[in-house]
Design a protein around this ligand. Structure first.
Ligand code: S3P
Length: 172
């Protein structure tokens, strides 16, 4: 029996690149004594680095393997962090309809230093302007799925974990 705060599981974190899904997910899972699944990490373990998948096979192929990994992950009793574009797949949106979903948001200003030096293929060209365009395009999708929205721009990870635990605390 865990001594950590109870949390309804699975719980899913969505949102754009750099919103803090992995950092928050790790801390949330640790605080709830729950497993943590990062779908980007799973993809990398199974298929190699994401930028190389994009380069060699293209985005369409990446979305197919991403869907496979996401479908498996969503069956686990865990805190699950999805890659920013995973919600583009209609089957994933269907799966998320019945689950607690947290949309982690961030402003362009706050995300800029977080993205610097990264290897995310979708913004390798276009940088922050491209990030903004992608985020604006997907915002309605995140909004439709989310049960809770949190702006991570100026909020500490510890506070965000508290926000989520307050909202989704429950029996395990
Ligand atoms: C992507 C986001 C990335 C990764 C891939 C594509 C996207 O994950 O899955 O580079 O389409 O927004 P993060 O959101 O964890 O950076």
């Amino acid at each position: 029996m865990s001594d950590g705060p109870r949390l309804a599981l699975p719980i899913v974190l969505v949102g754009p690149m750099g919103a803090g899904k992995s950092r928050v997910g790790q801390r949330l899972a640790a605080s709830a004594d729950a497993p943590f699944v990062d779908t980007d990490t799973r993809i990398t373990e199974r298929y190699g680095p994401i930028d190389q998948i994009f380069e060699r096979e293209g985005e369409e192929y990446f979305r197919i393997v991403e869907r496979e990994v996401v479908a498996d992950a969503l069956r686990e009793e865990a805190v699950i962090s999805l890659g920013g574009g995973a919600v583009l797949h209609p089957d994933t949106r269907d799966d998320l309809a019945g689950l607690p979903v947290v949309w982690l948001k961030v402003t362009a200003e706050a995300v800029a230093p977080r993205l610097a030096g990264g290897s995310r293929p979708l913004i390798a060209e276009g940088g922050l302007a491209r990030w903004t365009a992608i985020m604006e395009e997907r915002a309605p999708v995140y909004a439709a799925l989310a049960d809770l929205e949190i702006d991570t721009s100026r909020r500490s990870v510890a506070r965000i974990v508290e926000d989520i635990t307050e909202r989704f605390g429950g029996a395990r």
